[in-house]
Design a protein around this ligand. Structure first.
Ligand code: PNS
Length: 162
């Protein structure tokens, strides 16, 4: 039987517990989930692409059938190369919806690839990588919002050690 593969794309700068929840729930629906880390230089990421990939690999290491890969260019081209049957996106609130809908329609128009939306667990609906970085930058506690490896790296980065 053909393996059903989902792509979960993002910048993951850095990965949060909200992302991890979506990855675990996607894995329950698909045989394999490819976490596709975008270079996204336009966003001036705090962590380099290599660091973001290493962090995501570390936090999903204990889980089977979850791959972590980088991609450049169009997401739908990567999805085709990987033989994926769907893109997965998490929706935290209606404010995410407009842009995600537009991207899903564009991606479908470009390639016929489906986008599946998973509704974020309300526990994580306030959570974003940007806010986590801002809180960590000013010494706030993000321990319950990100995996321990990420909290440690944020502390190192903002203390100038990383
Ligand atoms: O975590 P983010 O920053 O919200 O992820 C955005 C991402 C990487 C999913 C989006 O920017 C993307 O799909 N980029 C790839 C380029 C592309 O295919 N653009 C057309 C989208 S319709």
């Amino acid at each position: 039987m053909t393996e059903r593969i989902a792509i979960y794309p993002g910048t993951f700068d850095p990965i949060t517990n909200g992302h991890l929840d979506i990855i675990a729930r996607s894995r329950a629906q698909f045989d394999r989930v490819v976490v596709a880390v975008s270079q996204n230089p336009g966003k001036s990421p705090l962590f380099t692409l290599e660091e973001r990939i290493a962090i995501v690999k570390e936090v999903v290491a204990a889980h089977d059938h979850i791959d972590v890969e980088s991609f450049e260019g169009l997401l739908v081209d990567f999805a085709k190369r990987r033989g994926a049957s769907a893109l997965v996106k998490g929706l935290r609130a209606v404010t995410d919806f407009d842009y995600e809908l537009q991207m899903a329609q564009m991606n479908y128009r470009l390639s016929g690839v489906e986008t599946m939306f998973l509704v974020a667990n309300p526990v994580y609906s306030f959570l974003s990588s940007s806010l986590v970085k801002e809180v960590a930058q000013f010494g706030g506690d993000v321990d319950e919002m990100v995996p321990p490896e990420v909290a440690r790296r944020l502390r190192e980065r903002f203390r100038g050690e990383g």
